[in-house]
Every structure is written in structure tokens, then in C-alpha cells.
Design a binder for this molecule. Sequence first.
Ligand code: NAP
Ligand code: HSE
Length: 440
Amino acid sequence: MTGTEVFNIGLCGFGTVGQGVWQHLAAHRAGLEARLGVRLAVTRVAVRDRRKARDVAIPARLLTEDPLSIATDPAIPIVCELIGGTTLAREVTLAALRAGKVVVSANKALICDHGPEIIRTAARHGGHFFFEASVAGGIPIIKALREGLVANRFPRIYGILNGTCNYILTRMQEENAPYAQVLAEAKRLGYAEADESLDVDGWDTAHKASVLAWLAHGAWVRSDQMIVEGISRLTPEDFRNAALLGYGIKLLAVITRDFARNELCVRVHPTLLPRGNVVANVHGVFNAVSVTGDVVGTTFYSGRGAGRDATASAVIADLADAASLLKYGKGAHLLGEVTAPPSSGCRLAPAEHIRSRYYLRLAVADRPGVLARIASVMARHHVSIASVIQNPATEPGLASLVLTTHESNERATAATLRDLRRLAVVRAEPVLLRLGDFDS
Ligand code: NAP
Ligand code: HSE
């Protein structure tokens, strides 16, 4: 392609995702360049340690340990931030945007914590920020919300957004495998975050939910404004109980908007999903998102949510958009111009408006009157019992009581839990899970 315009790309980060981008960009370069009518050249790559042995070979002359030098290099119009975290990644992103560059990012934590600053900086300095890889790995969910579904308002979006957790839950459910062993394998496969608590405690899902909520509703919801519960307290017994009740267990992000009240709710928690629900049948590292739009109805997306190749696919899609934006100009793209709909001043839903059915597992003293005492606490808070299962507990004299409730709300169940903890007959921290009786 002699005489064709060349766009230089700087990769900041050459770990799981960075190496995947390098590999797949090299393999698909000719086809991409033919379609885009430009040449793409990775000219600098920043890492923490230049001497580190890597799976993917790279010319040493490209390497630097100074990612900010890439962000500010006038010869590099496209900067790919694949470092992770929210400190150096923020500096690199803001420096590149201040220089009017296109930044491609897979960093959902950064967007959740600093999204408004990033979008403001891009707008002020003529930079652009693309982040397809930040949510649901290889699934083009950002494009779907921003472009394909632009005619819609979204009363409900829910789904599995963390591949590591889905991998762990699937193996716990199907093989009764111990949590720690499965987590170690997820890390070896490159699915888990460097800090695994981001995955298993629900924060990574919360970061992604924040990005989706912004795209769908124009409102930034921080993770400390959400209900966020992880998977580490789930036991094989919960999977057995759920199966008995006709459910599987998934870690879900649930984003609901009540347009009549103008309220938004963003939450992340392990959820019992009916076995027939399509999301309940998405297993392993796969993610799944169900998006209900007021015009289109419910649409469903599934694919690999983590790992080198799936994430590289999304990053390369953004690199193609970046090149096309630089070549053809802003008007050619909805991206960068229409970033999110106006929030219309929506408020966060108060706890009493967040409604669902619940699953409650209690380790209790196995003696007369215990069930009655628990039922009376629930009745005091107007939480109505739908079913009861009693299993023998592992310790003598204890029983494991599993109750499901009719529809209630977060305020009533929080008050119920508070009072149950005070009962001497309740011997361990209760486990409360939500039921996701979604119609689609
Ligand atoms: P990773 O494997 O830990 O790679 C991080 C890279 O950043 C490494 O190359 C590291 O250098 C480099 N780095 C770290 N600190 C640096 C510093 N101070 N200066 C220069 N370079 C530095 O991470 P990853 O899994 O590829 O994830 C990257 C981003 O993608 C994160 O935001 C993550 O949340 C996101 N993401 C990951 C996945 C996934 O499946 N892994 C999926 C979607 C999104 P060294 O190689 O020298 O250590
Ligand atoms: N740790 C994340 C996951 C990587 O397991 O989904 C993808 O964002």
C-alpha cells in the first residue's frame, strides 16, 4: 500500500490483552488495512519491565518503560491503554486526550472511577475515547447500545459480565469443584484481574455495570452507590438448593430504570435464575447480556467475556474505528459525538423500590420453636415466606434452613437480616440471594 496514509499506534501494556492485540493485529493487518484504506503500525510498546520474558516475541527497539512518553509522542495519534488500574492508566489516558489523540481502552475500573473526567477532557481537547473491550470482552455490547439500539430507552439490562466468576460458578455447579482450585485455574488462563478480589467480590462487574448504565441512561453511577455482593460466600449447598428449586446461580449485573418514577437502579449480586432462562445457560468464561429496549423488545448477546483473544478482538475493533475516524473525520462516526443519552435527571432508586424475591440460608439451632421465631422476624418486616427447605448442617445440633420469599424489597430484607443476626438461635452470618424471575 505505498502512498497510503499510515497511523501509528502506541500500545501501553503488553500483558494478556496487549500481546493478544499485537498478535491478532499482525495476523489480520492486510485485511484490515484493505478495508480501512490506511496502514496501521504499532511503533511503541510500554511495559513495566523490558527484560521480562514474554509469550509473544516483540522487537526490543519498540519497548519503553515510560508509557507517558507514548501518550505525548506527536508521531502517535492512537494510544491503546492496556496497563490496568486507575493511577498510571489515568495519567496516560488524560495526557493522550489532552494531546487530542484517540485513546482505546479496556479499563472498566478507570471508566467507572474517572469516566466524567475522561469524557470532559476528550471533549475539551478534541480527543476521543473508545472502550469496547471494557465490558463483556469480545461481545460488541458498547456498539449495540450506542449505535444499533440508539432508537431505544432501556427499562432493563442484565447479564453476566465477569468471565472469571462465571467460570468459577459453572465449575462449582457442574463438578462440585472447590472454589480455590477453580480460581487458581481462572488466573492461569488469564481471565482474572491482577487483584482477584475485583472479580470474586463483584467490583469488576460493578465497574462494567457503571459503563453500561452510563451508555444506556447518561448517568454515572459509582460502585459505592450500588448494591455489590460477590460469590465467595456461595457453597455447594447453595447450588444444590437452587437446583431443587429449579434455579441455577449466576453473578449478575442488573440495571433497571423506572421511567414513571425517573429512578435508576444498578446492582451486582449472585442471582438465582430459572433453569430455562437463556442467561442461566451461559457457562464458563462466556458472558451474556440481555437488553430490553422499549422499541426493539428484548435482545440477547453472548460470547467470551475475558481472555487474550476475545478482548483483543474488541480492542482491534476500536483501533479500526480510531483509524477510520482519523481518516474520514468526526462526521463519519456516531462514536465520539453521541456518547450517551441525556440522564433526564434520573435519581437512584431508594431501597424500598428495589424489589425481588429472595433466598435466605440460615445456620440455626435444630430445636423446637426455631422456625417460628424466624418466621415471626420475617412477618414483623412484612417479608412473606414462599417455601422452606431444612437440610442437616455439618455440625451436630445445627440445621441449615433455606427459605424463599414472595416479592419483597431491599429495605425490608435488610431490616429482617439485622434482626435475624440478633437471634441466639442463628449461628452464622445469613446468606441472602436474590431471585431473578425475569420474563426474558
Ligand atoms: P496484565 O496482563 O497485568 O498486563 C498489564 C501490562 O501493563 C503489562 O505488560 C505490564 O508490564 C504493563 N504495566 C504495568 N505497570 C506498568 C508501568 N508502571 N509502566 C509500564 N507498563 C506497565 O493486564 P491485562 O489482563 O492485559 O489487562 C489490561 C487491561 O485490560 C486492564 O484494564 C484489564 O482490566 C483489561 N481487561 C482485561 C481482560 C482480560 O481478560 N485479561 C479483559 C478485558 C479487559 P509488564 O509486562 O512488564 O509487567
Ligand atoms: N477479569 C475479567 C473477567 C476480565 O473475568 O471478566 C474481563 O474484563
